[in-house]
Design a protein around this ligand. Structure first.
Ligand code: XLS
Ligand code: NI
Ligand code: NI
Length: 436
């Protein structure tokens, strides 16, 4: 039985690039085979509960703009929210969803009550997942909205908050496992600080390391075989955050011996906030062996804020999926829209159009990326650029078979000077533009 929220809109289907139907896919045909794999299996789209169903449309100057029939804090409304959410997953044909505990159930008077409510709604999800075939990409805990977390969760100066957060994460890992979730995400919402005047950074990092180690141990203990993911973000809400970017997270994981246990969930907008490009973060995560999943919401390049907009820039997506495909594609990860509508986009159609456009943009980008790989458009020039390293003397230097003084001797006796060669950036940019 339909909730009627989306009126008589029928399911969104692939109509091809000539279609002018705003609620049709023009590039995303889930069954199209690209590089030997269906597009649906490459992209692994997930709809995020948070911004699409739980966010009221506020900004720092004004509150709620959206008027949703499920807003309120009863379990009945939580079920209505789930009904509409699963209706939308089915309309869109997206294979996955993801959620924070706080998105899906009203907070209880006590932790016990909050957990009981989460369990209850998880059962409700279970039934819907069964009938619709929707799967869980990841679960997570909201350790940042409630005022108890204003000074952080794992990094809070108060051990009681640390413990409360630990108990909360335990309940969310339990539910994620129960629903067959393929990943569990930790975004360090307020794991950072505003001022060193009241902060012991060394201690707080150690608290975060202990916390994460306990999560990893617990996941193993209960046989959760999904991937544990950290989502880097440089600032906002706190001025400084301990999980700044991929490089910082890798250093943190190494520090606590977790680099083989935890991977990263990279968000385009967070990469931009950190002063990087999205593809930089993806390439680095691949290089370090910690790539896991993506939150595919873009940032505005001027605002300096995490604007969480739906993606709509195909060339950018192409470069992002290029890195993802080069790394072998998603394993347990996927493409999640952690994005939110603009606060004036009030209508149910807006929610659908945002996802349809985002999905199409990603599909188009991935197809362009696949073509660049298949035709070795960038691979060949890159191989040429580094071809000198195929030389046996060059190999010996990297293999540790030469000392600094041996190399010096060879260079001096050879007496030739290295010849600079063009980096051909504009030439390569033009190559990319042929594909997008
Ligand atoms: C916020 C984060 C958050 C995580 C999940 O900026 O992107 O939505 O994805 O907690
Ligand atoms: Ni974000
Ligand atoms: Ni995110």
């Amino acid at each position: 039985m339909s909730t009627g929220f989306f009126g008589d809109i029928k399911s969104v289907t692939f109509e091809g690039s000539e279609s002018t139907n705003p609620l049709a896919y023009r590039f995303y045909d889930p069954d199209e085979v690209v590089m030997g794999k269906r597009l649906e299996d490459h992209l692994r789209f997930a709809v995020a509960y948070w911004h699409s169903f739980a966010w009221p449309g506020g900004d720092p100057f004004g509150g709620q703009t959206f008027d949703r029939p499920w807003f309120g804090d009863t379990m009945e409304l939580a079920r209505l929210k789930a009904d509409v959410a699963f209706e939308m997953f089915s309309l869109l044909g997206t294979p996955y969803f993801c959620f924070h505990d706080a998105d899906v159930r009203p907070e209880g008077e006590t932790l016990k009550e909050s957990i009981a409510r989460l369990d209850e709604i998880a059962d409700y999800f279970g039934g819907k997942m069964e009938t619709t075939g929707t799967k869980l990409l990841w679960g997570t805990a909201n350790l940042f909205s409630h005022r108890r977390y204003m000074a952080g969760a794992a990094t809070n100066p108060d051990p009681d908050v640390f413990a409360y957060a630990a108990a909360t994460v335990k309940s969310c890992v339990d539910v994620t496992k129960r629903l067959g979730g393929e990943n569990y995400v930790l975004w360090g919402g307020r794991e950072g600080y505003e001022t060193l005047l009241n902060t012991d950074m060394k201690r707080e990092r150690e608290q975060a390391g202990r916390f994460l180690s306990m999560v990893v141990d617990y996941a193993k203990k209960i046989g959760f075989d999904g991937t544990i993911l950290i989502e880097p973000k440089p600032q906002e809400p706190t001025k400084h955050q301990y999980d700044y970017d991929v490089a910082t997270v890798y250093g943190f994981l190494k520090d606590f011996g977790l680099e083989g246990e935890v991977k990263v969930n990279i968000e385009q907008g967070h990469a931009i906030l950190a002063g990087h490009s999205f593809e930089h973060e993806l390439a680095l995560a691949n290089a370090l062996g910690i790539f896991g999943s993506i939150d595919m919401n873009r940032n505005d390049y001027q605002s300096g804020w995490d604007t969480d907009q739906f993606p709509n820039n195909v060339p950018e997506m192409a470069l992002a999926y290029y890195q993802i495909l080069l790394g072998g594609g998603f394993k347990t990860g996927g493409t999640n829209f952690d994005a939110k509508l603009r606060r004036q986009s009030l209508d149910p159609e807006d929610l659908l159009a945002a996802h349809v456009g985002g999905i199409d943009c990603c599909a188009r980008g991935l197809k362009a990326a696949a073509k660049m790989i298949e035709e070795k458009a960038l691979i060949e020039p890159l191989e040429k650029r580094y071809a000198g390293w195929e030389d046996s003397e060059a190999k010996a230097m990297l293999a540790g078979e030469r000392t600094l003084d041996q190399i010096s001797e060879r260079v001096l006796s050879k007496g030739t000077e290295p010849q600079p060669r063009s980096g051909r950036q504009e030439w390569l940019e033009n190559v990319v533009n042929r594909y997008v």
